[in-house]
Design a protein around this ligand. Sequence first.
Ligand code: SOE
Length: 388
Amino acid sequence: MPHSTTAPTLGVGMVGYAFMGAAHSQGWRTVARAFDLPLTPVMAAVCGRDPEAVAAAAGRLGWAAAETDWRALIAREDVQLVDICTPGDSHAEIAIAALEAGKHVLCEKPLANNEAEAQAMVEAARAARDRGQVAMVGFNYRRVPALAHARRLIAEGRLGSLRHLRATYLQDWGTDPAGPLVWRMRKEKAGSGALGDLGAHVVDLAQYLTGEPITGVSAQVETFIRRRPLPGDPERTGEVTVDDAALFTGRLASGALASFEVSRLAAGRKNALTIEVNGAEGSLSFDLERLNELEFHDHTLPAAEAGFRRILVTEPDHPYLEGWWPPGHGLGYEHTFTHQARDLVRAIAEGGRPAPGFAEGLQVQRVLAAVEESARNDSVFTPVPLPA
Ligand code: SOE
């Protein structure tokens, strides 16, 4: 493993320290030990509202200091990059303030809770780009080596012209009606339900893998459990104001057909993201529950020899693998956050444009908005405005 601890430093300040904050911290803790970087990230400070809880999180996750006001975090001189791991309702405000203060920004997905907020963030990022700052959205699954490899194979034309894309992202933590009304189930906090939380990932992956935008969708969404016990007061219930599940079909720019299913009520499915692409000359298939593997069918081979075969994506030539173990030794969920940190740090050092930038986050938001509109209109096909 290379070490890049003699490089100049990049001070990171993170807002939020729950699940995603812990995952991002893991990325910041490990990235300079796994990869050679032009800048060494320093975990300067983490921010949360509760002074005791944020101090404890700083110690646990490896941050040098704790702040209780995100504006103070942004103002710190030792912070050059602001990493936003809060619920979606505060993404726009924090990201725009950080960009205006001259900081680089990493923002967890989905970029915002609606299209208008995402648009404002894109404008702030454009102005900041002219000042040499970068802004990236945290779609971490792009950094699963097997998916980065799949994109490479598709870009090389190994599948020929694309015909189908099929994606599901299924979880089951919402199945029990006695489960509390957490923030992810309130529109004002999360923007939408399974759609924004899980659908954002598969929409982004569809566009990332194929290099094509989704041009329109036809959708249904459902909230199966409409009231749930209030957290901390289980005798009372409150309304679930987001979807539990969404099902939609769509088209890619080339005319390929796509289908998507996302749910929090798929009993027995824990973090089950699958995606398959079929082209005239072959197919690729991926399952997050077997994330070191990619299935490839080469349709140009004689029928007697063809068929899906398993590529173990653990070799030095595979994306991101140069930072880790000898060939054949697999990676996990947490490594995607290390890879995300690597790509962002390099983009900052090179003055380049990190992918996905805020404009790509906005494009995902537009697809999600079209899904909601289609579902409101009895699944009528709803075009997605394309990038300028
Ligand atoms: C939702 O349960 C969730 O935590 C998402 O918010 C994450 O983005 C996904 O990676 C895992 O599931």
